[in-house]
Design a protein around this ligand. Structure first.
Ligand SMILES: [Zn+2]
Length: 130
């Protein structure tokens, strides 16, 4: 039994039109299905849009964290001062030695000492040449 949506008249199951008012009995069933099909597409885009935003936000946050981690990279260098102090100490010793040699070379005894070394080196060079 099909009840007419327009007048409520009961018609046969095989009747496509109401025998009382002539309203189309199949129209309501097909008409109600259309809105149900239209509503999902409208709701899906709204649900699809947020994920890309989250995916875009996630890499950006990770990159910012990587930058922050790279900016936080110097903390490991806080352990390097031990090496830097040793290197600076060695360089300072070398510089002091160089300065001491230069200062010593400027003195009379230093010039004589370097001249003696130069003469000895020249003598050794001549001996090796011969
Ligand atoms: Zn009817």
């Amino acid at each position: 039994m099909r009840t007419c949506p327009n007048c409520g008249h009961e018609n046969g199951e095989n009747d496509h039109f109401c025998s009382n008012c002539g309203a189309q009995l199949d129209a309501e069933s097909s008409g109600t299905s259309v809105p149900d099909q239209l509503t999902p597409p409208t709701s899906q885009p709204s649900n699809v849009i947020p994920p890309p935003v989250d995916f875009r936000a996630a890499p950006g946050a990770s990159v910012e964290e990587e930058w922050r981690m790279s900016s936080l990279g110097p903390p490991p260098k806080r352990k390097r001062p031990l090496w830097l102090m040793i290197l600076i100490g060695l360089i300072a010793v070398c510089l002091l030695a160089c300065v001491a040699l230069i200062g010593f070379s400027l003195t009379d005894t230093g010039q004589e000492w370097f001249s003696d070394i130069a003469t000895e080196a020249a003598q050794q060079a001549t001996e090796q040449a011969n």
